[in-house]
Design a protein around this ligand. Structure first.
Ligand code: AMP
Length: 416
């Protein structure tokens, strides 16, 4: 029979890599609680319309990358390609805007995009991200950015660059887009077919194109920074000032744009020198129009999303604590019940304990203890049962001592 493989662009995660995931997930929970973020879990699939409205029907994600399907009741559903639209939807639907203070969320979980798979780019990938609502202060932008960079620093990921820009707002961006379209049309013959198509629909996205000819032409295009309205300009100055209070270095990148239509004002991206072509670790920005666009109140929002696989690729240095295991062995099947009960007591105390139900004899059990790399084997045989004790064998040194059962926990606390 044909072997069934995992779908292209997906991957299985297991030991030892899974330990890095646990470490990263725990770090996210611990770090973001310090800023009063609350975890939110939203469905893996949503009505397709949420993403076409929330992300923008002109974007690459919506046009080319969504996993959209029709369910048995003919509804169009989509596996979430990102989570901001879902968090906003959840906040509106559950009245969180009225009932929760402060309105700060973090999330982690799988996202789905029909992207071309390569190292660091998958069709199912994990993101963690944060969203802060109802605060348009530039200092919040700075705090969100600080938290992203500081979190990476706490993971000892420091070879990163923070790029910063302002993408304007509905007051100033339309006029800029006209100027940009004009400049792009003048260089149309030099652009790739994809970018030529973007001129009318989404000219900002030309800045994202990696084709050398397009990048060269885009280098001559006017930049949004020269076309910001007074409010956007002041906001941007204040964000930069607050970042300097927080000692966050950044590079001004006037050509940094975000692929999603709802972004306003601050846009940022953190890249890593350690990754190849897929070097973006996280990206985010302000989206003051999204909540209203999705039927909620006219309320500000800012957030970012980080690629967890790409962070994991940076955790090579991580020294994970070795797995320490206790193995309970029984000298004869008649002592199995005692062994089961001892294992239970030890697990209650919090120790990882294994016992081999198939162990026909002690030799086989000790072999198994070696294979699971047990630190100690605790042996119960006739002598131990009679004296209410246990023989403890150090698997590394082969030393063995007998300990009264009542003293075992104290002994393990000291020696395990
Ligand atoms: P975005 O939602 O496109 O702003 O992406 C935010 C972050 O998610 C990026 O900086 C990447 O680290 C990560 N990311 C996006 N797409 C993928 C993908 N297909 N595979 C793995 N990580 C991704």
């Amino acid at each position: 029979m044909n072997e069934i493989k995992a779908p292209k662009g997906t991957r299985d995660i297991f030991a030892p890599e899974i330990h890095k995931w646990h470490y990263l997930e725990n770090a996210i929970h611990a770090y973001y609680k310090k800023f009063l973020y609350q975890e939110i879990r939203t469905p893996i699939f949503e009505h397709s319309e949420l993403f076409s409205r929330g992300i923008g029907s002109e974007t690459e994600v919506v046009q080319k990358e969504m996993y959209t399907f029709t369910d048995k009741s003919d509804r169009s559903l989509t596996l979430r390609p990102e989570n901001t639209a879902s968090v906003v939807r959840a906040a509106i639907e559950n009245n969180l805007f009225e009932n929760l203070v402060p309105l700060r969320f973090y999330y982690l979980g799988p996202m789905f995009r029909y992207d071309k798979p390569q190292k660091g780019r998958y069709r199912q990938f994990q993101q963690f991200g944060v969203e802060v609502f109802a605060d348009d202060s530039p200092q919040v932008d700075a705090e969100v950015i600080f938290s992203a960079v500081d979190f990476l620093k706490k993971l000892e990921i420091e070879s990163v660059q923070l790029d910063l820009n302002s993408v304007g707002c509905p007051q100033c961006r339309p006029a800029y887009l006209e100027v940009l379209k004009k400049a792009a049309r003048a260089e149309e013959s030099k652009l790739c077919a994809d970018c030529r198509r973007k001129i009318d629909g989404n000219p900002l996205r030309i800045f994202d194109c990696k084709q050398p000819a397009c990048a060269e032409a885009a280098g001559r295009f006017p930049v949004i920074g020269d076309h910001l309205c007074a409010e956007c300009r002041e906001h941007f100055v204040a964000v930069r000032e607050a970042l300097s209070w927080m000692n966050v270095p950044f590079v001004l990148n006037p050509r940094l744009v975000r692929g999603l239509d709802y972004y306003t004002k601050t846009a940022f991206e953190v890249t890593s020198g350690q990754l190849g072509a897929q070097n973006a670790l996280l990206g985010g920005g302000r989206y003051n129009n999204l909540i209203k666009e999705l039927g909620g109140p006219d309320m500000a929002g800012i957030g970012f999303a980080a690629g967890m696989e790409r962070i994991i690729l940076h955790l090579e240095h991580l020294e994970l604590p070795g797995r320490k295991i206790l193995f309970v062995a029984y000298g004869d099947p008649q002592w199995l019940a005692h062994a089961v009960q001892l294992a239970e007591v030890l697990r209650e105390e919090g120790y990882p304990v294994y016992l081999d139900y198939q162990g026909k004899n002690l030799k086989k059990q000790f072999k198994k203890a070696d294979r699971v790399a047990a630190a100690f084997t605790l042996l119960l045989a006739e002598d131990e049962i009679r004296s209410s004790s246990v023989s403890v064998k150090n698997m590394a040194t082969q030393e063995q001592i007998k300990i009264p059962l009542k003293d075992l926990n104290a002994w393990l606390k000291e020696n395990f």
